[in-house]
Design a protein around this ligand. Structure first.
Ligand code: NAD
Ligand code: IPM
Ligand code: MN
Length: 352
């Protein structure tokens, strides 16, 4: 088994955590006898500022030819309108139709959780964030921008097909993993048109899954229940923006943004994997960023490619490094980014 992987390290700490992912994938390749070929693409803020190109013509077709895509992070204070991130990151989600944003939330060690008394068995759920529509579609614009007469319109798009496929995916995932509960979160009390569609679809799909308990919370209440009792959740499904926000909140339960992993998936097609965090400019180039979110995202990538033993080996090495406290400062360790990556690589090599 082999895989060709497009790698966009991107900006800021994205470059540093991606370097650790490359080391981990190399160790996995050696241990399991797999050819994991990484093709590094230079797209990011530096490339954009030098060339004026965010991604080249045919860039999405280039990406489609790989078995998977890995992205570090995109975002740079020198590009205030975030144009390159819109084209590269959001563009890849949209153009490759990666409608499932899969964000597992799993506490590895009790000491990392800021919620009082919570243990790993209390914090173990997944968020499915709709990833191709909602408020992210860039439909709208600014009229009389910069004046006191300015009108700014940004539309939220909800389609039956878009809502149906992510809600269905959440229920199918729950059934396949033997998880009993799916919670849908919307704001249908205020957004009475767009989110009425979520309500209708949720009811329709839930009826096909009598073995799964379907619950609904408004998104504001969900934020409160997540903090109060995360153990009540197995699977959460929500729209693009709400999913973005609650997965940063949920990342804190795992020890912070440095720990959180994600996949941007179209089942059966080339999919993209990245940590939940961004480019954290204040940490860039300082060898302090936690590489675990990125490394765990690479594990999700291998799992999606069918390399489940390889993915499990990464997860086991990460868990052991956390238990041994061979981690970065944000999660209570003393190591730098490279040294924390080395600690995981060593455990992969030793487990062989
Ligand atoms: P961020 O996720 O980059 O960082 C927020 C804070 O979280 C950091 O200041 C740091 O304290 C902590 N943090 C994040 N990653 C960490 C890590 N690996 N190790 C230790 N601590 C970590 O979010 P932001 O500051 O809101 O955004 C910075 C830039 O990143 C912006 O340009 C934003 O648009 C972009 N961004 C990109 C992505 C992506 O590429 N997927 C995701 C989020 C934000
Ligand atoms: C994420 C990020 C992106 C998003 C930004 C960088 C556009 O926050 O992947 O969570 O909002 O989707
Ligand atoms: Mn986000």
């Amino acid at each position: 088994m082999s895989a060709d992987i497009a790698v966009i390290a991107g900006d800021g700490i994205g470059k540093e955590v991606t370097a650790e992912v490359a080391k981990v994938l190399s160790a996995i390749g050696q241990r399991f006898g797999r050819r994991l070929h990484l093709e590094h693409l230079p797209w990011g803020a530096d490339h954009y500022l030098e060339t004026g190109v965010t991604l080249p013509p045919g860039g999405y077709d280039t990406l489609r030819q790989f078995d998977a895509i890995f992205i570090g992070a995109l975002g740079d204070p020198r590009v205030p309108d975030n144009r390159h991130a819109r084209d590269i990151l959001l563009g890849t989600r949209f153009e490759l139709d990666l409608y499932v944003n899969y964000r597992p939330v799993k506490l590895l060690d009790e000491r990392l959780c800021p919620l009082k008394g919570r243990t790993p068995s209390d914090v173990d759920f997944v968020v499915f964030r709709e990833n191709t529509e909602g408020l992210y579609v860039s439909i709208g614009g600014r009229f009389k921008a910069g004046t006191e007469d300015e009108i700014a319109i940004q539309e939220e798009v909800n389609t039956w097909k878009g809502v149906h496929r992510i809600v269905r995916h959440a229920f199918e995932f729950a059934r396949a993993r033997g998880l009993g509960r799916v919670c849908m979160a919307d704001k249908s009390n205020a957004m009475t048109a767009g989110h009425a569609l979520w309500q209708r679809v949720f009811r329709e799909v839930a009826a096909d899954f009598p073995d799964v308990t379907a619950t609904h919370y408004y998104i504001d209440a969900l934020a409160m229940y997540l903090v109060q009792d995360p153990a009540q959740f197995d699977v959460i499904v929500t729209n693009n923006l709400f999913g973005d926000i609650i997965t940063d909140l949920a990342a804190t339960f795992q020890g912070g943004l440095g720990m959180a992993a994600s996949g941007n998936i179209h089942p059966g097609r080339t999919s993209m994997f990245e940590p939940v965090h961004g480019s954290a400019p204040k940490f860039a180039g300082k060898n302090v960023a936690n590489p675990i979110g990125a490394i765990s995202s690479a594990a999700l990538m291998l799992e999606t490619l069918g390399m489940t033993g390889e993915a499990a080996a990464i997860d086991a090495a990460v868990l052991q490094a956390v238990r041994d406290n061979e981690v970065t400062q944000d999660v209570g360790g003393t190591l730098g980014t490279r040294e924390a990556g080395d600690a995981i690589v060593r455990r992969i090599q030793q487990s062989g």
